[in-house]
Write a protein that binds this ligand. Structure first.
Ligand code: GUN
Length: 292
């Protein structure tokens, strides 16, 4: 019988993370007289973004956190967007602010993300926050890479000295992911759409993180036997929702693998809640229960 990979169940781990947040939320409530507060700025009407934002709102509410969504039209000007962010920066009931990405092209990403107050930047997308991560002393780690690191640690995937290959170089996932793996003492290879021989780099990896946004990009033949395969892709296809990894073939070779859906996605939302609670604790002058 062929061996199959250990399934890294992100849905189950996300539930554990939320449970661990409950006493921390109660502590914030006692200290501040209000729950941790999250604000999402949603600009335009991207249907996928609407679903993600609803998930984030629902998750916050289920935890008894305060959550609000500031909605702006797709035609929003730079001034309107900056004003909305500034008013949340100044709102004493809000600890964490995220601007849902993507947003309309008339808005400059660095300027918009850069307008979020660093102490409320729970997405970690402000260039100043990104700089802290690059310097090895992060204030907030972006939610998807943080969720993946949490999965890797929970499943005790060896990282020190391990070969880690990241496919994708977005500011949201690929770049911070590589930095986090480096901080965990992996030897990191960074691949992207112009990489000459992707299979060679993939096959060398003990830990393979795929965040390319291309259905079925990585097949079982590109996976080192026993490797840990993390699939960040979310692709709508005729066969339904699939990741960037061909699950069938890869799960017969890998040692660990994340499913899509139910792997990285739920962890990202849970980490947003965790970062928001952390922001509220810092606001209240409370010590987080343990160093990350
Ligand atoms: N769009 C896709 N992922 C994310 C994320 O983690 N944060 C924000 N703000 N937008 C996203």
């Amino acid at each position: 019988m062929q061996k199959t990979a250990v399934l890294m169940d992100g849905k189950a781990l996300a539930a554990e993370v939320r449970q661990a947040l409950e006493p921390r939320i109660a502590r914030v409530r006692a200290a501040l007289g209000r729950p941790p507060g999250l604000a999402v700025v949603l600009i335009g009407d991207d249907p996928a973004s609407a679903v993600y934002v609803r998930n984030k709102e629902r998750s916050a509410q289920k935890l008894g956190m305060a959550s609000q969504v500031a909605r702006l039209p797709a035609s929003a000007s730079r001034e309107e967007a900056l004003r909305a962010i500034q008013s949340l920066n100044e709102d004493p009931a809000i600890d964490g602010i995220i601007v849902q990405w993507p947003f309309p092209p008339q808005l400059d990403e660095l300027e918009i993300f850069g307008a979020v107050a660093p102490e409320k930047d729970v997405d970690g997308f402000n260039p100043a926050t990104m700089g802290r991560l690059l310097a090895g002393r992060p204030r907030y780690v972006p939610c998807t890479p943080l969720g993946i690191m949490t999965l890797l640690r929970r499943f005790e995937v060896p990282l020190q000295g391990a070969e880690a290959t990241v496919i994708g170089r977005s500011n949201i996932v690929g770049k911070p992911m590589a930095l986090e793996l480096l901080r965990a003492h992996a030897t990191v290879t960074w691949c992207h759409s112009r990489t000459r021989d992707l299979a060679v780099h993939a096959r060398r990896a003990d830990v393979l993180v795929v965040a390319a946004g291309k259905a079925g990009l990585v097949t079982g033949g590109m996976v080192k036997p026993g490797a840990c395969v993390i699939d960040v892709g979310i692709n709508q296809t005729d066969q339904g929702l699939v990741g960037d990894v061909e699950f069938e073939s890869a799960s017969r070779v890998a040692g660990w693998i994340t499913p899509v859906p139910g792997g990285v996605g739920p962890m990202t939302v849970a980490m947003l809640m965790q970062n928001t609670v952390l922001a509220a604790e810092r606001r209240a002058g409370l010590e987080p229960p343990e160093a990350r």
